[in-house]
Design a protein around this ligand. Structure first.
Ligand SMILES: *Cc1c(COP(=O)(O)O)cnc(C)c1O
Length: 375
């Protein structure tokens, strides 16, 4: 069976977790701090704050950006549901805009049409690791005085205009879920260049507490913490961070390996006229978190039958990225909107297996069976 994805975790990662457990300091301690420092350096951001996952990262990003009830935040519907949920947690309303069919990323032109007097921010997703047009959105947000928040859950290690995702705008959120390119089990990270955001994020992730456990532990004087606002428990554990440090060392290599597999798919499929392959814009360097192929109307097989036939031959696939407005959680409030591009992309796209290490014969099998079924 060829799976859709699998995390790359090795003995070194396991050893790091093992050693951390034996140190006796297992949450929000020295490993978390080291992971944050390394992550900030890697992305080129001034600060990084580790949290429990990307959904909690996005929630905190909303709060520090000042999003609250009565606000509107524009985001794609074509995204994992956590994108819109993070807006809902603040009491604000997600407003769904269309994406570009070539990149699956938010369209700046359609986003502009959705701006109202209530709009406070744009939540820009780098879908499946492909960087969105950050500069166009920075311009748009400046023009309309909006906050820009990046959902880079899938985009760790990807670059836009020669710079790693993580320092182009004010606040960027990452995921280390096993379905992403590097993993800490669950886990998330927020990067920012703003010292005020950095300080508040550290408070909010740990109950609004002014002095963390580690500082109290290391102090030779008795110190008392204060709780200055209602915060959350969105901590990352040191066990996760120890794994994250080792994963980060392997990230560039993992991306190179992923790009070789994507290149093999591109070479094998590029002449087939009934499909559209994902294209990397010249400004972007993607980590290929997922490889999604769109079936045009003249395809000889429908998407779901294709998925079943691939599965029958031992190849797992997934349908295209979900449309949030058509899920029950949102269809009651957002069900009457129409997003034809997003809906069509979801309905007609198929995600192929892509993971490291993917054996030569596994890649070839996916190519051969896919070609047989699509021709
Ligand atoms: C995976 C994902 C999330 C959620 O990340 P978690 O770490 O699982 O909370 C958010 N947004 C997008 C676009 C994602 O793909």
């Amino acid at each position: 069976m060829i799976p859709i994805a699998k995390p790359y975790l090795d003995k070194e990662d396991a050893q790091a977790a093992y050693e951390t457990i034996l140190t006796g300091w297992i949450t929000q301690g020295p490993r978390v701090q080291e992971f944050e420092e390394k992550f900030a350096k890697y992305t080129g951001a001034k600060y990084a704050v580790a949290v429990s996952n990307c959904t909690t990262a996005l929630h905190l990003a909303m709060i520090v950006s000042g999003i609250s009830e009565d606000d509107e935040v524009i985001c794609p519907s074509l995204s994992y549901i956590a994108t819109a949920n993070s807006i809902k947690y603040t009491g604000a309303t997600p407003i769904f805009a269309e994406v570009c069919p070539e990149t699956y990323n938010l369209s700046a032109a359609d986003t502009e049409t959705k701006i109202t007097a209530k709009t406070k921010a744009v939540l820009l997703v780098h879908q499946m690791g492909m960087p969105a047009e950050i500069d166009a959105f920075k311009q748009l947000c400046e023009t309309y005085n909006l906050k820009l928040i990046e959902d880079a859950a899938c985009a760790v290690g990807s670059s836009y205009k020669g710079k790693k995702i993580g320092s182009h705008s004010e606040i960027i959120c990452f995921s280390f879920h096993p379905r992403k390119v590097i993993s800490t089990g669950d886990g998330g990270m927020i990067t920012t260049n703003r010292p005020d955001y950095y300080e508040r994020l550290k408070l909010l992730r740990q109950h609004g507490m002014t002095v963390n456990d580690r500082v109290r532990h290391e102090s030779s004087k008795v110190i008392f913490e204060e709780y200055v606002e209602v915060g959350y428990n969105y901590r990352m554990t040191d066990i996760q961070a120890a794994v994250g440090i080792k994963q980060l060392d392997k990230l560039d290599w993992l991306i190179e390996e992923r790009r070789k597999i994507a290149a093999a798919y591109y070479k094998a499929f590029r002449d087939i006229d009934c499909i559209r392959l994902p294209e990397e814009p010249s400004t972007c360097y993607t980590n290929w978190q997922s490889y999604s192929i769109y079936l045009k109307k003249n395809a000889p097989i429908d998407r779901n039958t294709l998925m079943q036939k691939l599965l029958d031959e031992g190849i797992a696939t997934r349908r295209g990225v979900m449309t949030t407005h058509r899920e029950l959680a949102y269809s009651k409030t957002h069900g009457n909107i129409k997003l034809p591009v997003s809906e069509d992309l979801h309905d007609r796209s198929i995600i192929l297996p892509l993971y490291v290490p993917m054996k030569e014969q596994e890649i070839q099998k996916v190519i051969d069976v896919f070609l047989k079924l699509i021709r």
